[in-house]
Design a protein around this ligand. Sequence first.
Ligand SMILES: Nc1nc2c(c(=O)[nH]1)N[C@H]1C(S)=C(S)[C@@H](COP(=O)(O)O)O[C@H]1N2
Ligand SMILES: [Mo]
Length: 350
Amino acid sequence: MIIRSAQPEVIEYPFSELRTMITPTEKFYVRDHFPRPELNLDTWRLRIEGAVNRTVELTYKDILAMPQRSIVATLECAGNSRSFLVPPSPGVQWGLGGIGTAEWSGASLSTVLKEAGIKDNACDVILEGADQGKVDPSCGPHPQEAIHFARSLPLQKALDDDVLLAYCMNGEPLTVAHGFPVRAIVPGWYAVASVKWLTRMIVSERPFHGYFQSVDYGYWRQDQDGVSRVPITTLRVKSEIARPQAHEVLRINQDYEIFGACWVGETDIQQVEVSTDGSETWQSATFLGEAVRNAWRLWKHNWRTPPAPQKVVLYARALDGQGNSQPMYHNHNNEDYMINFCLPIEVELR
Ligand SMILES: Nc1nc2c(c(=O)[nH]1)N[C@H]1C(S)=C(S)[C@@H](COP(=O)(O)O)O[C@H]1N2
Ligand SMILES: [Mo]
């Protein structure tokens, strides 16, 4: 694992080790913003308040007793691949490994919301973690005092049965690093929405503009209504080459399997193409395994390496079910988030 920060803990998965769809828990990347809370099951409660018919306080046992749902979902940090931006951007210098896929089990958030009874004028559900601290002053306007890590979901997404209050990861209770005892899992959205160490949920009558979805983890969206600051939500279409790695030396005139993964949120991947000549021509890659919505899909491409020594630039490019394909260059309107441009992988043939 690659340590990007010791405190708060930020740990990257070495993406070139990718072999299986499920990332082993001990290899799953970690992204904390504040000192990590250690929560005690005897005193831990999950409180649901705000625009609800009755305020509810759930124990761990209460949540375990609810109908269990399991889904396989990919979490990607919105800043994954940041180290490849030109010009460089401050913030966590992720390579390719701010991403992982796990099987998550828990209760549907919708079960809890229905139990509390949502009022007609409800609009957002705010998910709050137990962790708190002062935010990085360099990101923009910020409060002076310590704040909790919090994100909101619009009611419609919050009521999607696949949005979980998860207590298991890959069949084992959540580890502290990944949000013990209970975290949100919001499939198809950048992982910032999947709040760890949940302790409070507030049903709000107004859209929430908390720090982690307006100042940070937000962007300026331009459409027919003009320009507005909106939270980062759905995963953008992306494919990456795990092997070979950039600057690897390969043999000439050999069969080589180019291997990688592709993903997107809330739709499917239609196709992955690979270029072995610096984006002049593209060939279809072969998917491995079945498509699982909101989880990455592994792919391979059998390549006969050129007969003469040279340097070659490889690319992978995915196309999603809404007709979006990966751009060749980063869209700087996304600031230093949602980085899905086709990454050149230069290899040397000897
Ligand atoms: N409470 C809390 N939840 C959080 C965070 C955090 O710092 N505190 N980080 C978010 C971000 S930006 C990411 S990428 C994911 C990382 O989840 P992981 O550490 O389980 O991989 O958690 C999200 N949920
Ligand atoms: Mo993140």
